[in-house]
Ligand binder design. Structure first.
Ligand code: UD1
Ligand code: CA
Length: 462
């Protein structure tokens, strides 16, 4: 039977609790560079299995489903997490019904596995037409991974670290199982029911299939991948940050070689979906995540955090600024200490200075908010000037309301604009005003107590 991806289903095991992470979050949703571990595995499989990826979920299944449904064709429920063998059993009827000859099983906690490696594995399996093949690796310290046992060079079993007994199994094997398997469905079918829970964890191990297959004369192959940390499963916070650091280094180096100037590159984290155009400049420490794009000539100083934002050509982001879901058009600049929240837009050459917070607000071309302001649910016209201390009072305790500020308007310092409210083009709002009514274009609005100067000595006699 030919092995090609038209004849293989992909199955990802992702139902486990991840006890060793000591966290409420399901293990496969823990992130590396801002993306869930499981998303990496699915992205690696997608080019080879565009419409045929099944994922076994169980522990906090809804949360996993919600986070990744766009990338998955079918979810399989494993109500109780009784082990990796049990997870496979839950998916087996659907796999058989799908009518494919093979299933590629991948542990969901192997985030750095990439498409080329899977493709290579499938090619290698095609050449030696095994009934059961899996990836292995030789390590100096096999740690908590399952060990591959060979007899006269032939794979005989995989024994879990917990169950390894030197008397029974011989000196410690340094060849470990990487948790990526290709199974010929017709050959493995009758073996599945023979997996027991007779082990230290009282779980059904998928790895028991190795000895069961070898003992019944099937062809079993372990394809040794050499030392490659990227293929190791992630079970603990330490393993997670090691994998994340491994990936971070690779991505930073890749962007540098494509012409992005990264200073202190060892302190720059760039998520896998981020795009840096050649000729942008970023100084670490700095973090860029999600679908962020940094265009040519943009400069980001150190200590900047960016998520899902577009930083246009020749923009400047000064230190300690925080951008989430924002867009900066050409030549605009922010910070230091600026915060652009969801839906903030700076049009060309707009300027935001220190301690300014924006949310769902468009700051028009060349408009300025130089210091200490909150601009929420607002539309601010081109060349407007927002004085220090300006607050758009957008929330009445129940609902959010809009503020509209016209082109060239000037808002004096410490003004409170109580929304919904409109300030016309070229209008002027006096400092310290509380504006509750619309201000027509080209007029001056002053809304504050009149100043009185009272003679102190006269007051004392009264
Ligand atoms: C597993 C292998 C081990 C191998 C290692 C490689 C077994 C018994 N052992 O060990 O030989 O060296 O991977 O990284 O398979 N899962 C379920 N349902 C369950 C239990 C687990 O879907 O009931 C999922 C987990 O979410 C995880 C994957 O299966 O993504 C592997 O489970 P895990 O508990 O991490 O296995 P390891 O102990 O690492
Ligand atoms: Ca694991």
């Amino acid at each position: 039977m030919d092995i090609n991806t038209n004849n293989i289903s992909a199955l990802v095991l992702a139902a486990g609790k991840g006890t060793r992470m000591h966290s409420q979050l399901p293990k496969v949703l823990h992130t590396l560079l801002g993306e869930p571990m499981l998303a990496y595995v699915l992205d690696a499989l997608k080019p080879l299995f565009p419409k045929n990826i099944r994922v076994v979920i169980g522990h906090q299944a809804e949360q996993v489903r919600q986070a990744l449904q766009e990338k998955v064709s079918h979810f399989v429920m494993q109500q109780e997490q009784l082990g990796t063998g049990h997870a496979l059993m839950q998916a087996w009827p659907a796999l058989k019904a799908a009518g494919m000859g093979y299933v590629l099983v991948v542990n969901g906690d192997t985030p750095l596995l990439h498409t080329e490696r899977i493709s290579w594995f499938i090619q290698a399996c095609r050449q030696n037409s095994a009934d059961l093949a899996f990836m292995s690796m030789t390590m100096r310290d096999p740690g908590s991974y399952g060990r591959v046992l060979r007899r006269s060079g032939r794979v005989a079993a995989v024994v879990e670290a917990k169950d390894y007994d030197n008397l029974q199994h011989g000196p410690d094997s340094r060849e470990i199982n990487l948790g990526i398997y290709l199974l010929r469905i017709s050959s493995i079918d009758h073996l599945l029911s023979k997996i027991t829970t007779d082990n230290k964890s009282h779980e059904y191990y998928i790895t028991d299939l190795v000895a069961l297959a070898a003992d019944s004369g099937l062809k079993v192959t372990a394809l040794d991948q050499g030392e490659d940390d990227a293929l190791l499963g992630v079970n603990t916070p330490l393993e997670l940050v090691r994998s994340e650091e491994n990936l971070r280094r690779k991505l930073a180096a890749a962007w540098l070689s494509r012409g992005a100037l990264l200073r202190n590159p060892h302190m720059i984290s760039i998520g896998p979906r981020v795009v840096l155009e050649p000729g942008c400049e970023i100084t670490g420490p700095c973090e860029l995540y999600g679908s962020t794009v940094v265009k040519t000539g943009a400069v980001l100083d150190s200590h900047v955090w960016v998520n899902n934002s577009i930083i246009g050509p020749r923009c400047r982001v000064r230190s300690f600024s925080h951008l989430d879901g924002a867009r900066m058009d050409e030549g605009s600049d922010i910070g230091p200490f600026a915060r652009l929240r969801q839906g903030s837009v700076l049009e060309e050459n707009a300027h935001v200075g220190n301690f300014v917070e924006m949310k769902k607000t468009v700051l028009g071309k060349g408009a300025k908010a130089g210091h200490l302001a909150y601009l929420g649910d607002s539309e601010i016209g081109p060349a407007a000037n927002i004085g220090a201390g300006t607050i758009t009072c957008n929330y009445d305790g129940k609902q959010k309301h809009q503020t509209k500020i016209g082109a060239g308007a000037f808002i004096g310092s410490n003004a409170a604009l109580v929304a919904p409210v409109q300030i016309g083009d070229g209008a002027l709002v006096g400092a310290g005003s509380v504006i509750t009514k619309d201000v027509p274009a080209e007029s001056l609005a002053v809304a504050r107590g009149r100043q009185q100067n009272i003679n102190k000595s006269r007051r004392a006699k009264d």
